[in-house]
Ligand binder design. Structure first.
Ligand SMILES: Cc1cc2nc3c(=O)[nH]c(=O)nc-3n(C[C@H](O)[C@H](O)[C@H](O)COP(=O)(O)OP(=O)(O)OC[C@H]3O[C@@H](n4cnc5c(N)ncnc54)[C@H](O)[C@@H]3O)c2cc1C
Length: 410
């Protein structure tokens, strides 16, 4: 008898946790294939630390082949489309059929059709983005240190982050430590007053999902760390040398980083189209694409129906929980049992504000400062898939307590 073929698209939070929670008998009795365009799992929550030079890029990734069993097949390739009538996935060089499909291809940066944003702004979505951004920050300081022209140094050392959500805020905290602490010590001819770091936020407050006290705390902490926060400002255009806001003001900046939006990764279906809302594929209560029996869609690319119609946010903890349930539900589907409904369990919110400072909102507890920062680090460490990487990160973080960030430009 032919083995059932389970095909997992995307080895991110959703895909990897689906795989990990497949029952052992499914791993033994079925053929399992994972497809991803990169050969590693990326722990995205620590991307700001790579950009800010407090972690190196290898410490936040894990090779997929270290995660999977020997009898699971991994294909490094890009998924182009799929056909749910013939159960086929199309890759650039071949087509693969499946019995059960899990699609967890994540999301991409969304620029809200802002002219110039894609062209001129740096983003922080992938490992390459973090590495490029870190290189840009180092190069800019090296260049600025070579001129005696004060105005030119001020021009070069102007940095703007667009987006006051967790990614923008965490990046602002990390960048602030790198610019105003490490670089100021490493470049004695640069005056701290020549550097500007601006965080632009479209809403009334940064970190809008946190409670008011924590929002205020976060804003004060960043301001103390030399970050200039500009609320209620929407960016309507990005230029090579700055951004234009909706009130018409032009804010000069030599380096612009866009963290303001994400959009689901689109997956074209050659047999017609999925039921899509805001680019995300609508699922039923079991996380299957609507009107399908064997296609699960999880993580950022799925829109799980909620009462307010907005769907669940795009977060790693949701993708992980959806992956865990999908792995178990695949076992139930194969053995003819009824599937379990997805119920999201909110575990809390955490955001780092740079070294030794963070905010945390967990099950009614509101924490800030060193305690929240310690909690943030511990929780992130234990969310990592392997002990090897946990120890590695713990080791680097400990060394960082006593030494400068590594600003080697590779
Ligand atoms: C900088 C940053 C910080 C974040 N911080 C947090 C945080 O602190 N807490 C939190 O809960 N969430 C955080 N998130 C959000 C979190 O990363 C996502 O919600 C989560 O990764 C979604 O999981 P996923 O499995 O849907 O997608 P991903 O984890 O993005 O995985 C998608 C996978 O699909 C692969 N892929 C994509 N397209 C193709 C294709 N066409 N062919 C083949 N492979 C493909 C990708 O290579 C990737 O491996 C952060 C995100 C970013 C960018």
């Amino acid at each position: 008898m032919n083995k059932k073929h389970i095909l997992i698209l995307g080895a991110g939070f959703g895909g990897i946790y689906t795989y990990k929670s497949l029952p052992q008998w499914v791993k033994r009795d079925c053929a399992i294939t994972i497809i991803d365009r990169r050969n590693h799992f990326l722990f995205t929550p620590l991307l700001p630390e790579v950009a800010g030079a407090s972690l190196d890029q290898h410490s936040i990734v894990e090779p997929i082949r270290d995660i999977i069993d020997r009898n699971t097949q991994f294909i490094q390739s890009t998924v182009i489309s799929l056909d749910t009538t013939t159960n086929t996935v199309v890759l650039p060089d071949r087509e693969i059929t499946y019995d059960i499909l899990v699609a967890g291809l994540g999301s991409t940066t969304y620029f809200f059709n802002t002219p110039g944003a894609e062209e001129y702004a740096y983003v922080l979505k992938d490992l390459d983005d973090a590495v490029q951004l870190r290189a840009r920050l180092i190069d800019t300081f090296e260049r600025a240190s070579q001129t005696d022209d004060h105005a030119e140094r001020e021009r070069l050392l102007s940095f703007t982050i667009v987006g006051g959500g967790p990614t923008g805020v965490e990046l602002a905290g990390e960048t602030s430590d790198l610019l105003f602490d490490t670089f100021v010590k490493q470049f004695p001819n640069i005056n701290i007053h020549e550097i500007t770091l601006t965080l632009i936020n479209a809403g009334d407050d940064i970190l809008s999902m946190f409670n008011e006290k924590l929002r205020t705390y976060a804003a004060q902490a960043l301001t103390t760390a030399n970050v200039v926060i500009k609320n209620n400002l929407k960016i309507t255009e990005v230029r090579e040398n700055g951004v234009v806001a909706d009130d018409g003001t032009f804010l000069p900046a030599h380096t612009i980083i866009w963290t303001a939006g994400v959009a689901a990764n689109s997956l074209t279906c050659s047999c017609g189209s999925f039921n899509v809302n805001k680019g995300r594929i609508l699922t039923d209560e079991y996380l299957r694409a609507q009107n399908t029996q064997n296609v699960f869609v999880i993580g950022d690319m799925s829109l799980f129906p909620t009462e307010d119609g907005r769907g669940l946010p795009m977060t790693a903890q949701i993708a992980k929980q959806q992956g865990v349930l999908t792995g178990k539900n695949i076992g139930r589907l194969i053995s003819g049992k009824s599937l379990e409904r997805f119920m999201y369990k909110e575990k809390g919110l955490l955001a780092s504000l740079g070294a030794f400072d963070a905010v945390a909102q967990i099950k009614g507890f509101h924490l800030k400062g060193l305690v929240a920062w310690f909690l943030w680090r511990t929780i992130y460490l234990f969310n990592f898939a392997s002990w090897k990487k946990r120890f590695m990160i713990m080791f680097i973080w400990t060394i960082n307590l006593f030494s400068r960030r590594d600003t080697t430009r590779l």
